[in-house]
Write a new protein. Sequence first.
Length: 115
Amino acid sequence: MFLFTSAFKSDVAPILRGHAFELVDENGKVRAEIKIMPAEPSTKMPDGSVGHPESVLFRLFDSEGGPNVKISATEDGSGIVLGGESGYVQILSRTTNPTIKLANNNGDVQVINIK
């Protein structure tokens, strides 16, 4: 646990190192995290491909624990998802086909591909 007593304290550590970082609220709920996710070579992806490389993942959670913001970086690209009560926006720039996906909670989906 870290205790910050002054914003002007001069003995601030120059770097914080670890394998993961979690920010929790006053109730102990995780509200933000950054961590390294291991590769999952046998996971079937929504686009039909198989496998997911190791990634660095940053997530922001709402007060109910829902991940409203996800940002990831992998060896073959990156992605971002912005979600909320009404749906989500996903931007993927991995491999050879970048996509933007818009979805609402009614099941309506629109995908934009560059060809």
